[in-house]
Every structure is written in structure tokens, then in C-alpha cells.
Design a protein around this ligand. Sequence first.
Ligand SMILES: Nc1ncnc2c1ncn2[C@@H]1O[C@H](COP(=O)(O)OP(=O)(O)OP(=O)(O)O)[C@@H](O)[C@H]1O
Ligand SMILES: [Mg+2]
Length: 257
Amino acid sequence: MSNSSTLTIQKISRCFGGLVAVNGVSFEVQEHEIFGVIGPNGAGKTTLFNTITGLVAPTSGKVFFEGKEITNRRPHQIAKFGIARTFQNIRLFGELSALENVAIARHLCTKSGLWDGILGLPLTVKEETQTHDRAWELLDLVGLSDRAEVKAKNFSYGDQRRLEIARALALQPKLLLLDEPAAGMNPSEKGQLSDFICGLRARFDLTILLIEHHVPLVMGLCDRIAVLDFGRLIAIGQPETVRSDRAVIEAYLGDEG
Ligand SMILES: Nc1ncnc2c1ncn2[C@@H]1O[C@H](COP(=O)(O)OP(=O)(O)OP(=O)(O)O)[C@@H](O)[C@H]1O
Ligand SMILES: [Mg+2]
């Protein structure tokens, strides 16, 4: 494991019955990298994210974050280590407002417990104010503060994706995993996404892992890219290297690369 490695995936496999969804995948993500994970439908990208974030236990292999092993930790423990994510199938609380969706996530970071809340102790009151202010700031950052009170279910796909990013950022992560952030966005939103994600890295000092099918976005944005096919890592490297890799062209890019 190198010193500046933020995330280390070591021979991760995950089977579902007889299907090997992720097959012995290893790579390291360096601090401050924007690292892409691409590959055809069913290649195992989301399953890999799920093993990192504790939603699915790997059948074998290990995950390290900042040198500490986090394999098989529960999702909330992994979030507390500083790893947050968004989902391919958006998982917002549809009946709650945008502001509430972000504020709820923020509660995972606050120090005061249930009793402090019920008794209205000073720490809770201070933290509640901070949570509210911070949620507003994050909504502003993703361009939704003018609709903070609107229920999440009433937002467009693109807006819901940005709201999910705001909610992930409320956890104050060091590592942010984005599962297909451009899916469902209109062309203009997609066009702005690259600068937006770069801006997030700079502003919050983030390392970012990104699954995305929108090839121009991935190629233009990522420092390095890993390519999965049938659960296996078939290529890893800088965009120009991956783009011209024969196995990647055959498995995924075709003429698009
Ligand atoms: N919970 C599950 N139970 C059974 N099979 C699963 C489960 N989750 C994923 N799979 C299977 O594992 C394989 C990898 O799925 P995964 O969702 O990780 O692919 P993906 O690369 O994210 O694909 P996509 O680009 O379509 O999102 C697929 O064949 C999928 O059907
Ligand atoms: Mg997926």
C-alpha cells in the first residue's frame, strides 16, 4: 500500500449464487484523485461500490481506507470514517424537503445524542443551528437553495442527483463515491457536471470515485480510470491509455472511444 493511497481495494470478489459479479479486483486510489470506474452494464461497478460502502459484504478480499481496514464494516461506520456516496437508483426521502434530506445526513456528524436532543441541552441547540446553516450552504452550492422547502420527489432527475450529492457532502466525507451522476441529466446539466465535480474536489479537499457511462465526461474529468468487464479489472490507467486499450475498445468503448 503506498503512503498517499486513500483507498486500497485488495482482491475483492463478490458472488451472487453462481454469478461472480466482482472477480478479484485490486487497485489503489490516491489522495485527491478523481478516479473513474467504467465498463458495460452488469460489469460489477455498483457491486464494487457496495462492497466499499458496506452495503454488500465481499465474498473475499479486503478494503482499506487511509491505511485502516474497513472490510465488512456497517454502512454507518464507513460513513463515519469519511466515505459518502450517491446511488445509481436515487435514494432520497421523497416526502421530505430538500433541506430536510440534507439536514438528516448532517445529524450523523453531530456529537449530541438522543437525550441531549430531548432535553434541549445547549450543545444540541448549537448543533441544530449549525446543521440548518450548513444544509442551506450545501443546497446553495448545488443550486437548489431557492427550492429548499420543496419535497425531493418533485425535483427533476438532474436536481435529485445534485440533491443527493449535497446530502453526501453533509457527511463531511474525505472520499466521495458517485454512481452515475450524469444519468437522467439533460445535455446542459451534463455539460456543467465536469466543472462542478472538479470544483467539489477543490473546495472540500476530496478524493472522488466515479462510475459513469457518459464517456466524454469520464475521459475529460478523471485522472485515472479502471475498466471492469464481467467482474474483472481489464485495464487501469490515464484516460488516453485506457481509451486506446484494445480490450477496453472491444469490451466497452467500441467506436465511441
Ligand atoms: N443483489 C444482487 N443479487 C443478485 N445479483 C446481483 C445483485 N446485485 C448485482 N447483481 C448482479 O451482479 C452483476 C453486476 O451488477 P452491477 O449492478 O454491479 O453492475 P454495474 O456494472 O453497476 O451495471 P450497470 O452499468 O448496469 O449499473 C449483474 O449481473 C447483476 O445482475
Ligand atoms: Mg451500476
